[in-house]
Design a binder for this molecule. Sequence first.
Ligand code: HEM
Length: 400
Amino acid sequence: MTPSFPIQRTCPFAPPEEYGRMREQAPLVRASLPGGDVWLVTRHAEAQQVLVGTGISTNPATPGHPNGLLSPEPPTPEQLEAAERFRVGQFIDLDPPEHTRFRRMLIPEFSVRRVRDMRPGIQEATDRLIDDMLAAGDEADLVEAFGLALPSLVICQLLGVPYADREFFQSRTRMLVSSAGDPEKGYRAAMQIREFLDALVTEVAKNPQDDLIGRLVTAGEATHDELVGMAFLLLVAGHETTANMIPLSVLTLLRNPGQLARLREDPDRWPLAVDELLRYHSIVDWVAFDRVATEDQEIGGQPVRKGEAILVLGASANRDERAFERPDEFDVERGARNHVAFGYGVHQCLGQNLARAEVEIACRTLFERVPTLRVPVRDEELPFKYDGVIFGLHALPVTW
Ligand code: HEM
């Protein structure tokens, strides 16, 4: 029988059990979405093959794309119109060569050197959030006090949002992230952020400085609306992901004191640990990995026809015993950079260096400055986002 998809996680530290069974069965497994059937890619090698993207499209407008199958009803004209308004500059949904034009403009902005230059700003924002948290008492919700705030501050820094506007920007990004189950609220927040970014790009165009939007305006390779769309994509792609990853990482390290002790002994191990946290949790799983075949082909010995929908199960690929030894073990010294938590191929996460820096600085500084940090409740009592699109925690109570 064809299993129904999506399948929810039941354990916060593992993908759905069914993934393991499907991975054993075949590299590609047929499953049914509410609106039709899809190929699920279960293994690491085939995940990379699909994400490289030859004869495969990520564009939701391509016939057969899984985006149209996630709900039983086809999208309403209003939904299509809303999607259209947000499409310009959203290069995550474009295939080469259109995709390449946008990506090329942004690659220098996320280079190792640029991210190194951003580190003092990330450190300062982290320290300020910890100061506020400590000043407010001896307990906090780490999601509220830290996880949501830091990525938003970093994106403000990246986009050059003026200090006076940061509170507005923060509150709307928070609203956007917490809008699961309330699409109206999410849409309202998204529209307000779009309007804000629209005004920001207009302002920057009058007097461009040497910052991300200023450089893009000066280069003159994108229209005003494309620039607004690109800035919006950076926010959407970079906020919720990192915001979920930070509290989840803190919890995982507190629950694995031996591993945390190794990081305390030798802080140079942090970069490896961050990649292991990314692999272990695979918080995006299949969400960004919606694809459709644009020509007949064979993947992992399985014929896939033009127009057939494909979802890559990132969380399954990252636990594939063919690619990782002891894949279910959390091991901060594993050093497995070949995980697909940031994807692979042409769409591989553009912000990955920045994301790594944020998770590392946030976690390392928290454990250094608050050495007695602990979670006073059991995992069963924690509100994990089993129903969310991206995995994480709704709240993480901590004390020290
Ligand atoms: C822990 C944090 C993050 C995770 C797990 C993550 C994950 C991903 C994944 C899986 C993709 C690939 C999507 C695909 O194949 O279609 C992606 C793409 C992307 N990410 Fe990230 N991301 C993170 C943080 C960030 C940050 C901080 C930024 C920038 C501020 C960012 C910007 C982007 C952009 C622009 C793309 C689209 C790239 C393209 O289509 O060429 N991400 N991300």
